[in-house]
Each structure stands twice: as structure tokens, then as C-alpha cells.
Write a protein that binds this ligand. Structure first.
Ligand SMILES: *Cc1c(COP(=O)(O)O)cnc(C)c1O
Length: 449
């Protein structure tokens, strides 16, 4: 384990993590200043503007986007039925609950559409501008003309991903005419490979050590003059694509009649893998709502990489393997051993805390979501559901509410659902069979301690 000046608080949380006991960790550095190198809010508005000017282009590329005029957005769904299904008769029931439906984001079917599409569009614009194919103020539909596509065909856009990031990058890159390459492990889901190949993406399968293979693919792509590698661990283009979601959520909350201010706190619960998606969203929301928004990440008990990184106060990377965990979870979108080095330092002063979830909880909550609201999600997407109850039913949660003098009767809870609409029905069936079996055995969904 790297040397560090760990706060004593770390020892206590470490023991719980090593016992794989679901826990809520509160960030003791919340509210401290951001690092001097933190990106400005101009970068967020830059991403918002890019997605807006590319919307007409997206309608041309993906007919299914004509309903939303090319905007990649998701519904904010009232979730009172879920609250009732989880029998939240405690103070968690006092606020209003919503599910943010990124599980149904168009084209890519997961939260990765936000960051991934933004990065590929930024790369396309950059190439077209530097090669003099478009002018800065041109209609971006010009990127979809034969001359420009012929140029894009000379470029490779590559990514290493077994899951949703590969789908998002691969589909958008191929639609623009790039040579799109997704490096996957040989054991990646067959439906994902097939879906990508159908869209014209080259899927490169790697046997053996997947991480090494991806590193190889990355080195290869970076060495080529005409290629761009999407790096999930350190991409600011992904990050700003996620951050751009905040303004739309703010408008949705307003439309729903939900205020956000000192008397009306907003809680947001975000499933966390490497940290890019939930970190970007947190960054965007903090820029809009400051101390009135309280963002919590949810991580599997086997993969609490952001929790470990932040709780250790370490400046050097620390992984879940370093503390003896195996990173094995059915939440494949969250199975990440080491947090993003770009995102962790930004979250050190912005994130309210992190709670961990067992796989049993994921399956039972995915089942509750289906039963109460008819929403089918993948296991990763159910990770945020225990959030409101951690706040109301645990000693740490109540301490947080007290410390910040929050009126929970006026609270709005947004549980971010992150993926699932492209998952084939037989996979969903398998998730629910597993959940039914756990319920039959009388497993409890919430294990607050
Ligand atoms: C990738 C992913 C996440 C988390 O995003 P990170 O940027 O890896 O933290 C959450 N849910 C799903 C379904 C995902 O695919």
C-alpha cells in the first residue's frame, strides 16, 4: 500500500470496507477550496454549446433522435411508488423522490452517451476545423457530407471497454464515418460485440489480461498520427460531457416545482465506476447549486475505489486491491479498481460522501424498481437507490443532516439510474430470476449499520 498520512477516521472505515459491510463514508474535506488547476465553468458551458450546435447533425445521423430534436437527454421520473415499495416510513419518506432516467438515454442506452458522444463530436469538430473543412460558425450538419466523411475515414477513434463506454464511443464514431475500434476482452457479452459490429465498428478481442491488452491498444493508437484514443481514466472531454447534464436537470427540477436553496436541499445519488460520469455531473451541479446540492456516490462493496482514494487523503493512487478487495461484482459498469486521477482530486472538496452496496442489494433494488415503476435497469444502475435511506436511517447520515442543518421535509432526492435500455430481454430475465431467488430466501435489501 502507498505510504500516506491517513486520518484516523480512515482506519475505522477501512475495517468496514475489508469486511465488505455496506457503509456510508462522509467526506471530511467537503467545502474546502478546489485545486488551483480545477477546470473553469467555461469548460462546462463549452460542452453545453457543443451538444446544442451538434443537435441537428445528430438528428441526421440517428433518426430516433428526431423526437428530441437531437438532444441527448433523459426524463426526471417521479418515484413516490418506489419510496412506498421500499417502505420508507422513516424521515427519508419526507422528501420527494425522482429517478433520473439515463438508463433510457437514446442511441447508447446508458449514461456513457453523455461523455462519449461529447468527446467524439469534439474530436470531429477539431479535425474538420484544423483541416479547413468547416468554419467555426458553420452548421455542424456539414460534418455529415461526403467530403468530410472521406477525411474522417482516414482517422481511427479507439477505446478500450468491455461495456457501455465502448457502445457509446463506437456507435458515434462509426456514425460519423471514422474507423471506429473498440478493444474488448474475449469474454465480453456477445450482444455488445454484435451490436457494435452491426453499426460498423471494428471489435478487437483480447484474450488473457484485458488491462494489458487495452494498454497495448492505447499505446498503438497514440503512436499513430491519425488516431484518437478515448481514455476513460483521464479524459476531460468525457468529464465535461457529463457536467453538461446539470443545467438540463436544473430546468427539469424547476418544471417539477422543486426549489433548490438553503431551505430546500437537493440530494443526488450517483453510481460510480472510475468516477468520470458521477464526478462530471457533481462538478456541473456544484457549479449551479453550490452548497445546496449534496452529491453522494454509490460503489459496490467489492469496488469502492473512489471511497478508498478520498478517505485515505492520499495523493498517490490507491486501489481496492491494495486493501485486500477483489473488485468482483455483478455491477459490471462499476467494477473499477482505481479511481480516475483526473476526477478524484476534484471530488475531494465537492463530494458529500460515498456509500457502498452489496450485490444482493443491487438485485433486490432492481427488482423493486421494476415492480414499483416498471423500469428495467442493469445492476449498476440500481446502486443509487439506497441513498435516501442512508441519509435518514444511519448514524452517519443523521450526523450529516444535523451538521448542515438540513430540513429533510423539504428535500428533493434524485436517484441517478445509469443503464439498461439496450440490454436484451433475456439478460433482464436473468437479473430478475436472480433477484426473485434472493427475495424468496428472505434476503433484506437494506443493510444499514
Ligand atoms: C460507466 C457506468 C457508470 C459509472 O461511470 P464512471 O465514469 O465509470 O464512474 C455507472 N453506471 C453505468 C451503467 C455505467 O456504464
Amino acid at each position: 500500500m502507498p505510504t500516506m498520512s491517513a486520518p484516523t477516521q480512515f482506519d475505522a472505515v477501512l475495517a468496514k470496507l475489508q469486511a465488505r459491510m455496506p457503509t456510508l463514508w462522509l467526506n471530511d474535506r467537503l467545502g474546502q477550496p478546489l485545486p488551483a488547476t480545477a477546470p473553469s465553468t467555461a469548460s462546462i458551458s463549452g460542452a453545453e454549446a457543443r451538444m446544442a450546435r451538434c443537435a441537428p447533425l445528430l438528428v441526421e445521423l440517428f433518426p430516433e433522435l428526431s423526437d428530441t430534436d437531437g438532444h441527448i437527454e433523459s426524463a426526471l421520473m417521479p418515484a413516490d411508488n418506489l419510496k412506498a415499495a421500499l417502505s420508507c416510513d422513516s424521515t427519508a419518506g419526507a422528501g420527494v423522490w425522482f429517478i433520473k432516467r439515463d438508463d433510457a438515454l437514446p442511441v447508447a442506452g446508458s449514461i456513457k452517451a453523455r461523455g462519449g458522444f461529447h468527446e467524439v463530436l469534439a474530436v470531429a469538430e477539431e479535425i474538420a476545423l484544423t483541416r479547413g473543412l468547416i468554419l467555426p460558425d458553420d452548421d455542424r450538419r456539414r460534418l455529415n457530407t461526403p467530403e468530410v466523411r472521406a477525411v474522417f475515414a482516414q482517422y481511427t477513434v479507439a477505446v478500450g471497454s468491455t461495456g457501455n463506454l465502448g457502445l457509446s464511443i463506437g456507435v458515434m464514431a462509426a456514425a460519423l464515418g471514422f474507423d471506429a475500434v473498440v478493444h474488448m476482452s474475449a469474454d465480453a457479452k456477445a450482444w455488445k460485440k454484435e451490436r457494435l459490429r452491426k453499426r460498423g465498428v471494428r471489435v478487437v478481442e483480447h484474450a488473457g489480461d484485458y488491462a494489458k491488452a487495452v494498454a497495448g491498444g492505447r499505446a498503438q493508437a497514440l503512436a499513430l498520427p491519425h488516431s484518437h484514443f478515448v481514455d476513460d481514466e483521464r479524459s476531460d472531454l468525457l468529464f465535461f460531457g457529463y457536467a453538461a447534464s446539470a443545467r438540463y436537470l436544473a430546468a427539469q427540477l424547476k418544471d417539477a416545482g422543486r426549489q433548490v436553496d438553503a431551505q430546500h436541499p437537493l440530494f443526488v445519488y450517483l453510481p460510480c465506476g472510475v468516477g468520470g460520469a458521477p464526478g462530471g455531473i457533481t462538478y456541473g451541479l456544484k457549479a449551479l447549486f453550490g452548497e445546496h446540492v449534496h452529491c453522494f456516490f454509490a460503489e459496490p462493496v467489492a469496488s469502492p475505489c473512489m471511497l478508498v482514494q478520498l478517505a485515505s487523503h492520499s495523493d498517490t493512487p490507491i486501489s481496492v486491491y491494495d486493501i485486500g478487495l477483489d473488485n468482483k461484482t455483478d455491477a459490471d459498469g462499476l467494477a473499477v479498481g482505481e479511481a480516475s486521477h483526473l476526477v478524484a482530486p476534484l471530488m475531494a472538496s465537492q463530494l458529500s460522501g460515498v456509500f457502498t452496496v452489496s450485490d444482493t442489494e443491487l438485485f433486490l433494488n432492481l427488482r423493486a424498481l421494476k415492480a414499483s415503476l416498471g423500469v428495467w435497469v442493469e445492476p449498476s444502475a440500481a446502486a443509487g437507490i439506497p441513498g435516501p435511506r442512508w441519509l435518514s436511517d444511519s448514524a452517519q447520515g443523521r450526523a450529516y443532516v444535523e451538521r448542515h442543518a438540513l430540513d429533510m421535509r423539504q428535500a428533493t432526492h434524485v436517484i441517478w439510474s445509469t443503464g439498461g435500455s439496450l440490454v436484451p430481454p433475456e439478460e433482464h430475465r436473468a437479473f430478475h430470476d436472480r433477484a426473485d431467488e434472493l427475495a424468496r430466501r428472505g434476503e433484506a435489501a437494506l443493510q444499514i449499520s
